[in-house]
Design a protein around this ligand. Structure first.
Ligand code: ATP
Length: 511
């Protein structure tokens, strides 16, 4: 059997187009003792010929007729070039370099390789001993060898294309699946995070997308807008669901206790530390840590938190050892943290670390179209908890609610609905009269503002003056709401826990 046919069987065993080309070129070069053996393939746009040896770093334009390749392509006929004929091709420097080694006994030949698909035929270019070239290219079995190569290559290219198509198909199928899953999650979320407004729809989509990422999420929004609900949803829809969701309100814990709450402490760390206490950072390992009202975190603690976020390492108070905790951080604030950064009361580096995925929860007055659905939702919850059958809100009641200035946002609406339900018999609707004295239109609320503090000229101690003013406002508000801290907090736009903490700090007792 001719050696070319033996080599052909080697080609058939190859499954990778690049390897096939390599073996073909090496075999031809070795067998014909060539100086140069190149296989040139058309580029994807069909404008140039690219050699299989990428290290050559050259390409030839298919319309450059100063080079024999363009002629061979156009005519489809092989071209033999003797050493004397090289002078005709001196214009093309790259081609000249290919034939530099030619002597008077050498020749070059360029020919199209046989191929089933005419438009993507490759070209074989060789330089070597003229006699050997002549013998080889008149040998029929060498012709068959070239044919086997071309067929095998086009087969492998087809297989590669098929594989590529299948992979793209699989990828687009999994994209569709992922999109479906996300849509399902968004739908599921609409049962707990109620609202039909565009803002709420967008928020639900953002929550699902944030849940799928590992980024730190910052939830911004006024008090009672549902920030904690959002934080819980991010945890529930993330891969960390099933692991702990640990929440703490930084404004509700006195500064000196916040550190030990977060980091924990070791026995004997300070007087009263009788046993080791695990901190919230450790408790949140594998799950989510939710830091509410993070703007109230003291600067010293901010630095410590930043370190934990960057290293995932922490040390309990009074402890020698470092521990690690893999938690995902979600924070919330109702103040403008950027302002606090400008005032240097919030660290800029921490700010950027927390705002990797910012979410904005809109105020209820900016989405009054949600009031009806939210009210129905709260009536349903009330019925479930109290085993009642209140039918819902009368349409006049809903209209009335839509006029109200909801400083306490959804939380305030929830309390109003609960209050209305409590005054309504089974199978009856909540009527506007039951709520009217609790609904304060915007103008009336403005009347509740406290008169200005004493003239600025007499203030000698700013901190004390601010505290006095704050204390005065809170006392007034508590008096107005007959000591109801929930309502007072709502009307001041602060969480109830924050009000409780302020009352404790300012030594205010309910009237
Ligand atoms: N879109 C909503 N759908 C259903 N319930 C909601 C929605 N938004 C808020 N709530 C309910 O309103 C109440 C207040 O919500 P939440 O505590 O999450 O607000 P918040 O913004 O964290 O308040 P704060 O800043 O005072 O801590 C909760 O009972 C919550 O379940």
């Amino acid at each position: 059997m001719s050696r070319w046919l033996t080599y052909a069987t080697d080609l058939i065993g190859i499954r990778e187009p690049q390897q096939l080309v390599q073996l073909f070129a090496e075999t031809v070069q070795h067998e014909l003792e060539l100086d140069t053996c190149l296989i040139l393939f058309p580029s994807t746009d069909g404008r140039t010929l690219v050699p299989h040896l990428q290290s050559l770093n050259k390409t030839w334009s298919v319309t450059d007729f100063d080079c024999p390749f363009a002629h061979v392509l156009q005519s489809g006929k092989p071209m033999d070039i003797s050493s004397e004929e090289l002078v005709f091709w001196q214009q093309n420097r790259d081609f000249c370099q290919l034939t530099e080694s030619m002597s008077m006994f050498s020749a070059a030949r360029a020919e199209l390789l046989p191929g089933s698909n005419q438009s993507v035929r490759a070209m074989l270019f060789v330089v070597g001993n003229a006699e050997k070239l002549h013998d080889a290219f008149s040998d029929e079995t060498f012709g068959r060898y070239k044919q086997v190569f071309s067929q095998q290559r086009s087969l492998l290219m087809d297989m590669q294309q098929e594989e590529f198509t299948q992979r793209s198909l699989r990828e687009s199928l999994s994209d569709v699946e992922r999109n479906n899953q996300q849509r399902q999650m968004v739908n599921e979320l609409s049962r707990t995070l109620v609202g039909r407004s565009e803002a709420m729809k967008k928020l639900r989509e953002q929550i699902v997308s944030a849940a799928g990422s590992q980024l730190s999420v910052m939830i911004q929004g006024e008090t009672g807008t549902g920030k904690e609900l959002v934080a819980q949803a991010i945890h529930d829809f993330s891969p960390r669901t099933g692991k702990p969701f640990v929440a703490i309100n930084c404004a509700a814990i006195p500064e000196n206790l916040l550190e030990s709450e977060l980091f924990g402490y070791c026995k004997g760390a300070f007087s009263g530390a009788d046993t080791d206490k695990q901190g919230l950072i450790e408790q949140a390992d594998g799950g989510t840590l939710f830091l509410d009202e993070i703007g109230d975190m003291p600067l010293v603690l901010q630095a410590k938190l930043l370190r934990v976020l960057e290293t995932h390492q922490f040390r309990p108070i009074g402890g020698k050892d470092e521990y690690s905790s893999d938690f995902r951080l979600v924070s919330a604030t109702h103040v403008n943290l950027q302002n606090q950064v400008h005032q240097k009361s919030f660290r800029q580096d921490l700010y950027y670390r927390l705002f990797q995925y910012p979410l904005m929860v809109p105020r209820l007055v900016d989405r009054i179209e949600d009031i009806e659905l939210l009210s129905d939702h709260f009536v349903e919850l009330y019925n479930q908890v109290h085993g009642t059958h209140v039918r819902g809100l009368n349409y006049k009641t809903v209209d009335c609610l839509k006029q109200h200035n909801f400083n306490g946002n959804v939380r305030e609406l929830k309390h109003l609905v609960e209050f209305g339900c409590a005054q309504t018999q089974d199978d009856q609707e909540v009527v506007a009269n039951s709520l009217i004295h609790r609904i304060l239109p915007r103008e009336e609320l403005n009347l509740l503002s406290v008169e200005e503090p004493e003239s600025c000229t007499v203030i000698k101690d700013l901190k004390q003056a601010l505290q006095d003013f704050e204390s005065k406002i809170i006392r007034e508000r508590l008096r107005l709401f007959s000591g109801d801290r929930t309502k007072a907090a709502e009307s001041l736009g602060i969480p109830k826990r924050t009000l409780a903490y302020k009352c404790q700090k300012l030594e205010i007792k309910s009237p």
